[in-house]
Design a protein around this ligand. Structure first.
Ligand code: SAH
Ligand code: TYD
Ligand code: ZN
Length: 408
């Protein structure tokens, strides 16, 4: 895909506000034999001067990201399992009570949300293009279609199953640049009184916490209430509710419906006002963010270099997609972080994209604790620190970098 000079949503002028340089595909963990063959693109973010949607300037073709061996397995986190159980239960109790109700989730991954729906015996379908995780869901008896959700898929689902009362997507809608096709698909498939619900990282939280590692190829858009409201209206829908979520460092769950189908919640206006007061669509906020990113990079590098100079051992914890931006932008390789421990079998034994840090199992971490562990999976800090309490008991220290570089 070539560089896009104008907004993918409204055609407005894009104002670029940060360039992370050449970056690899964030979830493309490589074998030693593949390192000379990696795909790189220019990772830069811009805001639309008209609709304020924050977006990547250059995207990566979707087939390079979502493949037969997509390594992210959502069910690897127990906290996220309870988060999605709660979501499913909400839908079951409030939206799917009528017999025959039908829910479609796109980006259903290994079935982390739909398994609760399946247990309740409610009609459902997951639409998931990455074959390995689609198969993991199917192995739990979840109904899955191995495809990208887009207009054509939505029409096929409608023909086979009828309209959906709920269409849901977590950490997926903002991953795709073709929102026009997604909205046309939602328009075709959604029942007249149905809702389209999606949750994605909140740009205001990224700015406030300098969590710039949320910016990588799979996160094509960075939503705000204002930009989502404009986008929904452009495609003939209305934003009727927003809910701020603590997961993944701060997300918003957006509920969209057909015009006048639902009564809008006052939360929409409240968040619009909060965003206005914070000035997140204004240039000074973007300039401050850019300065904070550079400061964070310098502080983290200085800390890791100091550890190395003092002969302290440092490893990474959580081979996240986010860590691709962090390590490649900050110039962190195996010389500063000797390995990354991660509980995903598909990542173990491979090297992190671009930065080529080996990925090992948590058992190897426990076998010989380092002095410091740099928590790349900072969004799972509570769960991981709980699980790894022995590391701290034995004198180990965590290095965190969100919202600022600090040691625990
Ligand atoms: N919903 C899960 C998984 C998010 S990862 C969670 O929140 O934890 C994003 C998922 O979206 C991946 O499994 C990827 O394969 C899938 N995906 C990417 N583009 C998609 C599309 N157009 N339609 C459906 N799924 C898509
Ligand atoms: P996550 O931060 O959810 O997403 P992303 O890749 O989009 O940045 O990834 C968390 C990673 O951390 C994932 O590879 C699994 C790993 N992990 C562990 O190794 N142990 C744990 O206890 C948890 C919760 C995650
Ligand atoms: Zn725009």
């Amino acid at each position: 895909m070539s560089a896009t000079p104008s907004c993918r949503i409204c055609g407005g002028t894009l104002r670029e506000f940060f360039d992370f340089g050449r970056q690899p595909v964030a979830d493309a963990f490589v074998t030693p034999g593949e390192v000379s063959n990696e795909f790189f693109y220019r990772l830069a973010v811009a805001m639309c001067a008209t609709c304020t949607m924050v977006q990547l300037v250059e995207g990566v073709p979707r087939e390079r990201m979502f493949r037969t061996d997509y390594p992210y397995h959502a069910s690897g986190s127990t906290d996220m399992r309870s988060h999605f159980q709660g979501m499913a239960q909400y839908f079951l109790d409030n939206e799917l009570k009528e017999p025959g109700s039908f829910i479609v989730e796109f980006g259903s991954n290994d079935g982390i949300m739909l398994e609760t729906v399946l247990r309740a015996g409610v009609r459902h379908l997951g639409v998931e293009p990455s074959r390995n995780v689609a198969e993991a869901a199917a192995a739990k008896d979840i109904r899955v279609r191995n495809a990208f959700f887009e207009e054509s898929t939505a029409k096929e689902v409608l023909a086979a199953d009828g309209p959906a009362k709920v269409i849901y997507a977590a950490n997926t809608f903002s991953h795709v640049d073709y929102v026009d096709s997604i909205f046309r698909g939602v328009d075709a498939l959604l029942a007249p009184d149905g809702i389209f619900v999606f949750e994605d990282p909140y740009f205001a939280d990224i700015v406030e916490r300098t969590s710039f590692d949320q910016i990588y190829d799979e996160h094509y858009y960075f939503f705000t209430v204002r930009s989502v409201q404009a986008m929904a209206a452009q495609y003939g829908f209305e934003l009727v509710d927003v809910e701020h979520l603590p997961v993944h460092g701060g997300e918003i769950r957006y509920t969209v419906a057909r015009p006048a189908a639902r009564t809008p919640s006052p939360e929409v206006d409240r968040y619009l006002e909060l965003e206005r007061a914070a000035g997140i669509a204004e240039q000074p906020a973007l300039d401050r963010f850019a300065a904070n990113v550079e400061r964070l990079r310098d502080e983290l590098r200085a800390l890791l270099e100091k550890c190395r100079a003092e002969g302290k051992s440092v490893v990474g914890y959580g081979a996240t997609a986010k860590s691709a931006t962090l390590t490649n932008f900050c110039g962190i390789g195996p010389d500063l972080v000797s390995y990354i421990c991660d509980n995903t079998p598909a990542k173990q034994g491979r090297l992190s994209p671009g930065s080529h840090i080996p990925v090992c199992s948590p058992e190897e971490f426990a076998a010989s604790y380092p002095d410091y562990a740099l928590l790349f999976a900072w969004n799972h800090a509570d769960e991981i620190m709980r699980k790894e309490s022995r590391f701290q008991e034995q004198g180990g220290k965590w290095i965190l970098y969100v919202p600022k570089v600090h040691i625990i």
